[in-house]
Design a protein around this ligand. Structure first.
Ligand SMILES: [Zn+2]
Length: 267
């Protein structure tokens, strides 16, 4: 683009009070944990957790410490999102520590996650006002703008009948002119996704569990009900990195797999 045209576009978007579409950076942490950032905005999803059962990947101890302490590059986070309470996505101790260390961070998640966090927080009105309980019934959706960041909450149930009591939600986060979908450990059936018509929502990046990307049923949902510009596979078990990367590339050409902690991609 000629520099003058670029300047005109930036100027026009300033006139309209909207940020230029500068794109979004996605920093992978481990399992399904990511940080999305654009300009001064930062969003953590399923990023504050600890060593869980055998086979689940976690960030290095040093990365976990920096995340919990809300130190750079994980400082000034605006939103902390958690899809559900399972230990490979959430632990109350680092979430409580992060919220104490960063007075601007707001937690937007299920009531179940917030209830398990409350046991870790001494009564504290300043933090209480930053806990936004948003349990979503399956098939329901809700769009909100929090701190200037648009997010859509999706009532996607957790996969597997034995997890039916687990409150679970997916998110579409709007940052830098991009729309990023994170589905947690979603049920991968068409029935779960059809109500949202994400195929008409212009999803730029879909962060999906690896088993969804490599299964026939999951691929059908991706092609028919999500239609993202880029598929990104996450939730790869420890020691499965090579195999998962190969399987994803074979199953869905063009899809990528995130396995290296602190690797950052830009869209
Ligand atoms: Zn789970």
């Amino acid at each position: 683009m000629p520099p003058r045209l670029a300047q005109i576009i930036v100027f026009a978007s300033l006139l309209h009070g909207t940020a230029p579409t500068e794109g979004v950076s996605i920093t992978f942490l481990a399992n399904e944990g990511v940080m999305l950032s654009s300009g001064g905005d930062k969003v953590l999803i399923d990023a504050l957790f600890q060593k869980y059962e055998t086979g689940y990947a976690v960030p290095a101890d040093s990365t976990q410490a920096v995340l919990a302490a809300a130190r750079a590059p994980f400082d000034d986070v605006d939103l902390v999102l958690v899809t559900h309470r399972h230990g490979d996505h959430f632990h109350p101790a680092p979430v409580a520590a992060h919220l104490r260390a960063n007075p601007r961070a707001r937690l937007v998640t299920s009531k179940q996650v917030i209830d398990s966090l409350r046991g870790r927080l001494e009564p504290n009105a300043a933090i209480e006002s930053r806990l936004l309980a948003r349990t979503m019934a399956p098939g329901s959706r809700r769009r909100e703008v929090i701190d200037g960041i648009g997010i859509e909450l999706l009532g996607l149930p957790h996969g597997g009948r034995r997890h039916r009591a687990v409150e679970h939600l997916g998110y579409v986060v709007e940052l830098g002119g991009r729309r990023v979908l994170h589905v947690g450990d979603t049920d991968i059936t068409e029935a779960a996704f059809a109500p949202f018509r994400l195929d008409t929502a212009r999803i730029d990046v879909a962060l999906l569990p690896v088993w969804m990307v490599t299964s026939r049923e999951g691929q059908r949902v991706i092609e028919r009900w999500i239609r993202p510009r880029q598929v990104v596979a996450i939730h790869v078990g420890e020691g499965q990195e090579r195999r998962a990367t190969r399987d994803v590339a074979q199953a869905l050409p063009g899809a990528i797999t995130l396995v290296r902690s602190l690797e950052t991609y830009r869209w």
